[in-house]
Design a protein around this ligand. Sequence first.
Ligand SMILES: [Mg+2]
Length: 267
Amino acid sequence: MLEALTGVRYLLIDLDGCMYRGEQLTEGAKEAIELLKKRGINYLYLTNNSTKSPREFAEKLSRLGVLAKAEEIFTSAQATVLYMERLERKPIYVVGSSYLKQQLLERGFSLVEEDKAELAGYVVVGLDFQLTYQKLAAACLAIQRGAEFIATNPDPNLPLEDHYLPGAGSIVSAIAVATGVKPLVIGKPSKIIVNLALKKLRARKRESAIVGDRLDTDIRAGKAAGIKTILLSHGAILPSLEKTRVKPDFVVNSLLSLAERLGGGSP
Ligand SMILES: [Mg+2]
């Protein structure tokens, strides 16, 4: 079945849990990227994390031993800004990182502060380490006044080496529960981030695949966008796979075993 992967020329690679976990590079990740380069596979690292810049992610990868450039990273914050550019311009109330706010400002969007939130046409919510009750209240008020609710990503938690922190999804859920309004999600499992990433790579869908460690985000996003999906199991036994509604097209033990199967076939 894995022979079907030889036609893949473009690969979207999840970062957290796929390239590294915390400050630990996953086994074979470095060799896998070297092999992908050698075989001419075009790849983009795709992350739902909206709190850091592509340069910071590239620096982290490089620090861990995988040389990376900012252009090789695509985040849910970048996808959110690109998506917002397609919409009618209205003031935005942001619950999120200073990086997300700065990106929106650089693209000429006007942001409103907490005390003017009711003037917002959009409420954009991502992970915010400075979250307060007042910010939640302002977001809810704006949505009650008719602002559109947009979420950078729905991840419930932020995994660290031996525990996890509340993720963007926890904040998004608080606002969704209070208002009864569901957000438009930009990051995985939405096809929006995948389609924007493929556009950045100038990739054709039938030659594209996504690899990640989560069924509910990576694999669902790939399915939604109509590209091949590869679950990275890290050798774990996946007893629940038969019962899940979301089924990956392929399961691999490591990124290296995936890289070995790509680009080897006839053109
Ligand atoms: Mg992951």
